[in-house]
Every structure is written in C-alpha cells, then in structure tokens.
Design a protein around this ligand. Structure first.
Ligand code: ZN
Length: 70
C-alpha cells in the first residue's frame, strides 16, 4: 500500500491518501523509476521524462498503456 503523502511527511491512512500497487511498481515508484501525481483515486502515473497515464487507459491507446513498460 502506497501513501501518496508519506507518513513521515504527515500523510495519513485515509483512503484518499492510499494507492494499492503491486510490489514491483511500488518499488519503482519509490526508486524514482515511476512518478505519481494527483490524489487517489485519480492518480496519474508516468515516467520521469516520458509519458504518463491514469489508471484506466483508453481502449486501444497504446501510448497510455502501462503494459508498454513490461
Ligand atoms: Zn509507497
């Protein structure tokens, strides 16, 4: 479970501050490989210098598909 605002920076366990992520993507987020902006549930994920996407890419839009990173 990712805290959008880290607990050490005053973040809480309120649902709006939490994002359920798989371990691999959570680690990438903390390592700076992925970025996240906004607030749950409307977080927008992206790459530091690349494209970004929300959690529900448009069907057929390969540019916004997280699978593209696999
Ligand atoms: Zn986290």
């Amino acid at each position: 479970m990712h805290h959008v605002v880290a607990r050490e920076h005053g973040g809480t366990n309120a649902i709006g501050n939490l994002a359920l992520m798989c371990d691999a993507h959570h680690a990438q987020l903390h390592d700076g490989i992925l970025t996240a902006r906004g607030a749950a549930p409307d977080l927008v994920f992206g790459l530091p210098l690349g494209p970004s996407w929300d959690c529900e890419p448009e069907p057929g839009d390969e540019r916004s598909s997280p699978a593209r990173l696999a």
